[in-house]
Design a protein around this ligand. Structure first.
Ligand code: IMP
Ligand code: MG
Length: 176
């Protein structure tokens, strides 16, 4: 993809923030929580977060859910569906729902309701990034890595049209 990416958060800045988030989460969640990571965007964040949690004594079970929300490369339009579902039950469990970015709130709202409807005892939300002022649905994240300005960002799992997920840092791509 021939677009230029301007660095926003370096690898080091992300690593430091992930450690601090893990500290907060480990203090307020049980060791045997279930972590549900939303794919694809959160896979890098989740991988670092679970290891930081392990270092703080957590022994979670990990599950994944892939949601599909329809729209263009940089804007979703509303309808959210499950593309690949969880493989284990969350009934009676304390769940940490992990996503890459909270923007309109539609994906997290959908995932939260889905986990609650399946009997999760409590669901807390951790997001790497939050874009304020973009919410279409009221959803609150309990743990937030960085609050970012309203730019389209890529890297560390986040994509633009399927590209840039492998970037080790988070950068801004110019608006198309
Ligand atoms: P929502 O609008 O809060 O439902 O966010 C839906 C999804 O859109 C996120 O999980 C991301 O995968 C994607 N998304 C939103 N903003 C960005 C961005 O700036 N860069 C890359 N993906 C984004
Ligand atoms: Mg995406």
């Amino acid at each position: 993809m021939d677009v230029s990416v301007t660095a926003l958060y370096s690898e080091d800045a992300i690593a430091e923030r992930v450690e601090a988030l893990a500290e907060e989460i480990a203090r307020s969640m049980p060791k045997d929580m279930v972590i549900v990571a939303l794919l694809k965007g959160s896979f890098v964040f989740a991988a670092d977060l679970i290891r930081a949690l392990h270092r703080r004594g957590a022994r979670p079970q990990i599950d994944f859910m892939t949601l599909a929300s329809y729209g263009s490369a940089t804007e979703s339009c509303g309808a959210v569906t499950v593309f690949r579902d969880l493989s284990e039950s969350v009934e009676g469990r304390e769940v940490l729902l992990v996503d890459d970015i909270l923007e309109s709130g539609r994906s997290l709202d959908f995932a939260l309701k889905s986990l609650i409807s399946r009997g999760a005892k409590e669901v807390r939300v951790a997001v790497l990034l939050e874009k304020p002022g973009k919410r279409k649905i009221e959803v609150k994240a309990d743990f937030v890595g960085f609050v970012i300005p309203d730019h389209f960002v890529v890297g560390y799992g986040l994509d633009y049209a399927g590209y840039w997920r492998e970037l080790p840092y988070i950068g801004i791509v110019p608006a198309p």
